[in-house]
Design a protein around this ligand. Structure first.
Ligand code: MN
Length: 321
């Protein structure tokens, strides 16, 4: 999906200043953001007090929405640079098209991974004939400087590794968890895992102390390190953990997001991640002129115009919490 915010505000993120070195339990409340006419998402990142978790720079949770008599998701062609988009569904399906010529239906628990590199554009829509419910998460991973100018590409992985323990199944969508390795391309040490817990489960998940982590609740009643996390909320956990206690009071679905703290300072505006105001201004201009970001073929509708850039100067900086 996309940042369709017409009043897009720049987000300055990355850098050590944001990272909490020790274990913490910081509950992040979602911001409700309207996408188009019918869809409302809960935005967890960037959040007022927290911009990134490792290289994870953007987290939207949406649904479950009953779209039986509605068009569902309708996101016209729009550009990206400097990031990867991760499409992850629990219900429904999304038809992805992009400027490298991809045409792919993404289904529940399949990884749709788009690496923008220097420039890509894509559209996302519910197919004309679609399932009744749409439920998922849209996530972005910032690309480190050494890889952010690479060629754009799209990957679809229907088969992903799982890690199981009594009462819990973890699907590794990106990076590594407990020895299981996702086939999705990554450019910094990180993990994204989908956790399905059976009611009554108490378990401990192995973590890497150098990573910072957060857990998003998708459904059910779960306690993460003793804290109840409601669906659509996220708990930031800091660094310095070797394991994470989880408890499910009903069947529950969580997403574990983590990674090495992202040291580079970034400017995130609209659908772009850059390092300077000039880069962001140039990307916006290139999109509006119809250059650089290619063309999405087959989408029935006009591309999305970029919002106005704010007047304030955009400068990346680390900010002490
Ligand atoms: Mn997008």
């Amino acid at each position: 999906m996309s940042n369709l915010d017409r009043q897009a505000v720049p987000s300055l993120c990355g850098g050590r200043g944001f990272v909490v070195a020790e274990p913490v339990r910081e509950l992040l409340s979602p911001r409700r953001v309207r996408l188009g006419a019918s869809t409302e998402v809960r935005r967890l990142l960037p959040n007022l007090g927290r911009r990134m978790i490792g290289a994870w720079a953007f987290v939207d949770h949406y649904g479950p929405d009953d779209i039986a008599d509605e068009p569902g998701m309708q996101v016209p062609p729009h550009p990206h640079m400097g990031l990867q988009t991760v499409s992850w569904l629990h219900d429904g399906e999304v038809l992805h098209r992009d400027s490298t010529g991809s045409l792919q239906t993404i289904r529940p628990r399949e990884l749709g991974l788009m690496t923008s590199g220097r420039a890509i554009s894509h559209s996302e829509e519910s197919p004309k004939s679609h399932a009744r419910f749409l439920h998922g998460a849209q996530l972005w991973v910032a690309l480190p400087d050494a890889h952010r100018h690479i060629d754009p590409k799209f990957e679809h992985h229907a088969e992903l590794p799982t890690v199981t323990a009594p009462g819990v199944e973890a699907t590794v969508l990106l990076g590594d968890l407990d020895g299981a390795h996702s086939p999705g391309s990554t450019y910094s040490p990180l993990v994204g895992a989908d956790l399905t817990l059976t009611s009554g489960t108490e378990t401990r998940l192995p973590l890497v102390p150098d990573f910072e982590y957060g857990v998003l609740s998708m459904s059910g009643e779960a306690h993460v390190d003793g804290v109840p996390v409601l669906p659509g909320s996220m708990l930031y956990l800091g660094c310095g953990r070797t394991e994470l206690p989880l408890r499910a009071d009903s069947d529950a679905e969580l997403m574990l997001l983590g990674g090495e703290p992202f040291e580079e300072e970034l400017i995130m505006w609209w659908n772009f991640v850059g390092r300077s105001q000039e880069e962001i201004v140039q990307a916006r201009e290139d999109w509006m002129k119809g250059t650089r970001f290619g063309e999405v073929k087959g989408y029935d509708g006009a591309p999305l115009p970029a919002p106005k850039l704010p007047d304030l100067p955009l400068k990346p900086r680390g900010r002490a919490r």
